[in-house]
Design a protein around this ligand. Structure first.
Ligand SMILES: NC(=O)c1ccc[n+]([C@@H]2O[C@H](COP(=O)([O-])OP(=O)(O)OC[C@H]3O[C@@H](n4cnc5c(N)ncnc54)[C@H](O)[C@@H]3O)[C@@H](O)[C@H]2O)c1
Length: 288
């Protein structure tokens, strides 16, 4: 049994990590401020936990003392807490920086001091920016195009420095457009798959920013969970940042077509202006 802290455990990805860790018999503590996460997610995934195996701490990673308490007695940290949206960061870069950069630094310092064995942190394919070079591989230069992407890159650089300067083991995982159950369709910052699906189910035209030809590598949540658990253990991963992706390039229009086929509907999309900070092509595989 391992003692694991999941920050952002009430969110989409975090709640899947909690579910898997509890299912595998580990002790899980969640630190979440419920800014975008949901209590219902945690109630669902912790319902069957053995007594004493699950703890919830409500609080923000932006507070150092909270981070210090959260890492007490912890062996591994899976750090998911963040304000995860590009448009939100364009609108309010200070809030994104406080949660994503200050919060990550607080956690790194607290985890290092508490002698946590390793911290795995959620990064993002957005750190590559709009470079036309495909595939987007770990060796290429980063070029963040939004405050959100910059916060993720800053978190990565801090993580690498903590490994190099203090020998504290960190691993950063660059997720590419994760999808799956419990992804929130309702917020204005929602991801496209739940947004398209719920619009079609409601008989509404799904909204596409731009021409819909922009491509993404849609990555199923179970693969992201696996990547996190492996990153906690793999000896050579310490100090690294690596892609977590499915390896398929799909345009938004193609994705909409797949969802329409599944739901048996042909409602046409409504095209609206492109969003500031959005990337045209994001894939770790070569162009077609
Ligand atoms: N979903 C994706 O496609 C995707 C892609 C790339 C990277 N990521 C990264 O993965 C992580 C999880 O994303 P998600 O899609 O599950 O988002 P989410 O919004 O569902 O989860 C984020 C969680 O963090 C919590 N949180 C936010 N600020 C906090 C703070 N200051 N203190 C404590 N908790 C806080 C929220 O309440 C929420 O529960 C984020 O770091 C995000 O940047 C996600």
């Amino acid at each position: 049994m391992m003692r694991v802290l999941v920050t952002g455990g009430a969110g989409f990805i975090g709640s899947h990590l909690v579910e898997r860790l509890l299912g595998d018999g580990h002790f899980v503590r969640v630190l979440d401020d419920f800014s975008t996460g949901k209590r219902a997610n945690l109630e669902l995934v912790s319902a069957g936990a053995a007594p004493g195996r699950f703890e919830l701490m409500e609080g923000s990673i932006a507070d150092f003392e909270t981070c210090r308490r959260a890492v007490e007695g912890i062996e591994g940290v899976l750090h998911q807490a963040a304000l995860p949206s590009v448009p939100r960061s364009v609108r309010d870069p200070i809030a994104s920086n406080a949660a994503n950069v200050d919060g990550t630094l607080n956690l790194l310092v607290a985890a290092r001091d508490a002698k946590v064995r390793r911290m795995v942190q959620a990064s993002s394919s957005s750190v590559y920016g709009n470079s036309p070079t495909l595939p987007k591989h770990e060796g290429m230069p980063t070029n963040p195009r939004s405050p959100y992407a910059l916060t993720k890159l800053a978190g990565e650089v801090y993580a690498r420095l903590f490994f190099e300067l203090y020998g504290f083991e960190t691993v950063c995982l660059r997720y590419f457009n994760v999808f799956g159950p419990r992804q929130d369709p309702s917020s204005q910052y929602a991801a496209v798959i739940p947004k398209f699906t719920f619009a079609l189910l409601d008989g509404e035209p799904p909204e596409i920013h731009g021409d819909g030809g922009q491509t993404r590598d849609f990555t199923y949540i179970a693969n992201v969970v696996d990547a996190n658990l492996r990153a906690l253990e793999a000896p050579k991963a310490a100090g690294e940042a690596m892609n977590v992706a499915a390896g398929a390039r799909t345009s938004l229009l193609e994705m909409l077509g797949h969802i329409q086929d599944i739901l048996g509907t042909t409602i046409a999309p409504r095209h609206v202006d492109s969003r500031a900070g959005d990337v045209r092509d994001s894939s770790p595989i070569s162009p077609r």
